[in-house]
Design a binder for this molecule. Sequence first.
Ligand code: NFS
Ligand code: SF4
Length: 635
Amino acid sequence: MSEKRTIDVAATQMLDKAKEIGFLTTFDRAKAQEPRCTFGNTGICCRICLQGPCRILPKKPGGNKGICGAADYTIVARNTVRYIAGGSAAHSDHGRHIAETVLHVAEGKLKDYQITDTTKLMAVAKKIGVETEGRDVMAVAKDVATAALDEFGRVTEDEITWVKANSNESTLEVLRKTNIMPSGINLSLAQLLHQTHAGNDADPVNIIFGGLKAALCDYDGMALATDLSDILFGTGVPVVTEANLGAIKADKVNIALHGHNPLLSQMVVKAAKEMQEEAKAAGAAGINLVGICCTGNEVLTREGVAIATNFATQELAILTGAMDAMVVDVQCIMPSLRTLAECYHTKIVTTMPIMKIPGSYHMAFDEHNALNSAKEIIRLAIDAYKNRDAAKVCIPDVRNTVVAGFTLESLLNIFKKINADAPIRVLADAIEAGEIKGVALFAGCNNLKGTHDENHFTMATELAKNDVFIVATGCAAQAFAKEGLLNGEGVKKYAGEGLKKLFARLNAAAGLTAELPLVFHMGSCVDNSRAQDLANLLAKEMGLPNRDVPYVASAPEAMSEKAVAIGSWNVALGNPVHVGVVAPTVGSQLVNDVVTKVAEDVFGGFFFWETDPVKAAGRLVEILEERNWKNAMRK
Ligand code: NFS
Ligand code: SF4
């Protein structure tokens, strides 16, 4: 574990403050976990049945086995794919919640939500084969939402809709041939849990393929979540805002939107607009919303809400002493928030039936009464503001300008100004001319096994220097936002000559008030589907199967089960994937070889683990160069 805690200046100030006043943060707890148990760390501890835990020494002469006889490869494969099941369940359940809401809007049951983007609705309907001609918007919305909900319960041989509709034919062929094309989400996840039950599948390759099927359900769930969120709340367009703890304002009622689902955070944004006067009546200059984690990315993309911080530093937002309420929904919310909040006036408000923290406020969010629910939360924050202790307020004066809101649509709108007929040609031309090497997606979390945000920053600047066009989502995008890579200055400081030339053309054409950023923020983690849409489009335009497109992905600080699921579908869809922490597959040479080597032969995509960010970036550049070289040779 690295001694340096973070590269984030604001976070460093807050961590010093925490030390001064004797708060233990997640950074302290991460340190206290060292040294890690090697069995767990490398994936060879099995706890799948009550006879366990069985810990395996794979190098022991004669081969070491679990009590049931499970070998290292079975145990490692089972443990790995069970991460995928968890991640896929989380993403797709989020998608289901949105789909259900769209259905209820279409049925006229919800007064506070509307169908906002009818253009996107029609585009999605066409894509998945829902009739649009001469039909009423609500009828189409109902069919699209129903199609999305059908993804969950399907138990037939039919193929899952969003994977099928979004993927290129050559990719689908591979998915079918390898028998990992899912039918229903619930079915695949249940089957995977069944497959990995004690005394069931012992074949590591078969287990991994079951895992990839579940990973495709993760992709499906997030693709429909993205589509339906855009339909409900609008498809983001470029916005200018700011990021880091300096976005918290001493003179305002501060509310952090933390978690993942836009159903709640969008309503809080709407309610806040209407309630500025109430905050003023309480003596504040108004209401200030800031985002943490992916719901923050959702409202950044659609509403321009500033980013406070990302996953690892969520506690530090409370340590500023100026956070009046933190409203959370689901996923990536540290239970420690409550303990910290107790030392301040901050109210932690949980809102979802499956996510409560003992001792915090629970205000059940009711879609039927969404705006009022949001208003109640804001009133709680205004009340808390009255109890704020000014002497405890300490907000780091650190913030960076952020230009975000780059959904695929908004990116293509910029490209369209250069090439109206085939906007994606703009990228393809730059690649084919050797001006840029390709596209890299940065996704994923923070992981305190390394220095917070360091891998993100170093890798992105290295790739930019090597003329790679960069898109980002999730906490990776938030790291870049905080570190000043989501603005035009980032281009001047870090882009290589080729990339700079492309930016000059894009800036001249874009006609935006702000210069384009070094890294294009595509949204939350479910919006990794937007990045895959970009890869698919690029593949088509360049006349290549996905496995040959100069497109790579990286999760420099992967943490969650969701990140494992995302990485895995990226591999299945043909993308090389870097992970910046050593994955718990290394306990079995066989499993590790399958996911890092054999996968490439089958899918074109593969994993590699590299904790050194300079080496990792170097390897990604090599991969892009190799793909370009092979493509040139084929011509
Ligand atoms: Ni993705 Fe986004 Fe962040 Fe990781 Fe958590 S917030 S859904 S899982 S930690 S990137
Ligand atoms: Fe041990 Fe087998 Fe049970 Fe795993 S499933 S805990 S290896 S006995």
